[in-house]
Design a protein around this ligand. Structure first.
Ligand SMILES: Cc1cc2nc3c(=O)[nH]c(=O)nc-3n(C[C@H](O)[C@H](O)[C@H](O)COP(=O)(O)OP(=O)(O)OC[C@H]3O[C@@H](n4cnc5c(N)ncnc54)[C@H](O)[C@@H]3O)c2cc1C
Length: 371
């Protein structure tokens, strides 16, 4: 006897987006989450809905990110209608700032190559000189050599997004069980049993979308899904009047008025502590970009762990040995929330697999090892 049509393991942005999509399709969905002690990238990210610079060497990922960014407006509107929560989505375009000649060269090369790989698919961007930057971003500092602008980019409030996904899921009849760490997954004929410390649940379909917990859970069903944690640190200032009309890779102003400052990337294993030297670097980078922020006080800082595959691209896979068990994990779970809600949930329910998904199978890691 099944407890649900689908069990989703992991209530972060990836699992909650898929669960919201599943509930919207009318599937009886059970969402299990480990709870407050777990590592949760969804509560510590920067909130960009970002296409620019993504998908070098993988045009499928560039297209996937763009598709999600295109769907984001309707996705946010649907969430608003279902829950009353405005997730603060805006799409004014986004700017990547180059603080040195080396960064500029790298940025130009990357974007040109992604555009080349896009072939006849759209991939628009524009390099901005100092004058154009100053027009778009008044207050930009003299250290910014140049910048790239992409019309596809935007941002949202990731905490409101997580809240809205959970509220919307519940409103559509989804059942959420926090504090239920999955300890075993047993594939059976017609249904898979998922065991937590206190209960067991069965369903014909199971989605493993447990962030950094995915590797251990995927191994239980014979899938090798290698993921590493990458530390990122963010600073937040007090509120100020609107100064920044569009998000950049280093600084963005939220609708509430605070400035979010990023970013760092480090391998510190599973250590989520903030580091004073990283805070200093983030603040210095932000001030080089926008010296006018000097008068603002920093009121909060935190670190969180990115969920990173070896090539930075997502994993979407249905177990070959146990059809009905799916794995979905990625970096950029804010950006990809809209496609997770729509395309991934439909794939889980048996709709055709989007053509791009073959590229996102874990088999690509085996290939890399053998070349
Ligand atoms: C510093 C930083 C900045 C970022 N900036 C951006 C950005 O600007 N734009 C963007 O698109 N993305 C960004 N990201 C990435 C984004 O935050 C993640 O891709 C996204 O949050 C991943 O969501 P998730 O649900 O996979 O993982 P998580 O949020 O980590 O959630 C995983 C969930 O699985 C649960 N879980 C784990 N193991 C088990 C188990 N055994 N049983 C039950 N439940 C389990 C946990 O309780 C947890 O709630 C950033 C990340 C970081 C760290």
């Amino acid at each position: 006897m099944s407890d649900a049509d689908v069990i989703v393991i992991g209530g972060g942005l990836v699992g909650a987006s898929i669960a919201w999509g599943l509930a919207g399709e009318g599937a009886r969905t059970l969402l299990l989450d480990e709870g407050d002690g777990a590592l949760r990238a969804s509560r510590g990210n920067f909130g960009l809905v970002w296409v620019q610079g993504k998908g070098l060497g993988c045009p499928e990922y560039a297209r996937w990110s763009l598709r999600s960014a295109d769907l984001w407006g309707d996705f946010a509107a649907e969430l608003h209608e279902a829950t009353g929560i405005d997730v603060g989505h805006e799409r004014p375009g986004g700017v990547m700032l180059n603080l040195s000649g080396a960064e500029e060269r790298e940025n130009i090369k990357t974007l040109a190559q992604i555009r080349l790989e896009a072939g006849n698919q759209p991939y628009d961007y524009e390099m901005l000189d100092r004058r154009q930057m100053a027009e778009l971003l008044p207050g930009i500092g003299p250290d910014v050599v140049s910048a790239s602008y992409s019309p596809y980019d935007g941002h949202a409030n990731p905490l409101y997004l997580l809240r809205a996904l959970h509220a919307g899921f519940a409103a559509k009849g989804g059942r959420y069980r926090p504090g239920e760490k999955v300890e075993a997954i047993e594939a059976g004929t017609g249904a898979t049993t998922v065991r937590t410390g206190t209960a067991s649940y069965a369903a014909p379909r199971v989605v493993i979308s447990a962030g950094l917990g995915t590797t251990a859970l995927a191994a239980m069903v014979g899938v090798d899904a290698p993921i590493v944690p990458l530390h990122g640190q963010i600073l937040v200032t007090e509120r100020t009047a609107p100064r920044l009309a569009l998000p950049t890779n280093l600084v963005r102003q939220t609708r509430e008025g605070v400035m979010m400052l990023g970013y760092t990337v480090d391998d510190f294993g599973f250590d989520t502590r903030t580091r004073a030297d990283r805070s200093r670097n983030v603040a210095l980078g932000a001030l080089r970009a926008f010296p006018c922020l000097r008068d603002l006080r920093v009121v909060r800082s935190w670190a969180a762990l990115r969920i990173m595959t070896a090539d930075g691209f997502p994993i979407y896979e249905q177990s070959e040995d146990h059809p009905g068990i799916f794995i979905a994990t990625c970096h950029s779970g804010v950006t990809l929330a809209a496609v997770h809600a729509r395309d991934v949930s439909r794939w889980v329910l048996g709709h055709d697999m989007p053509a791009t998904f073959r590229r996102f199978s874990t088999r690509r890691f085996d290939v890399q090892e053998t070349v």
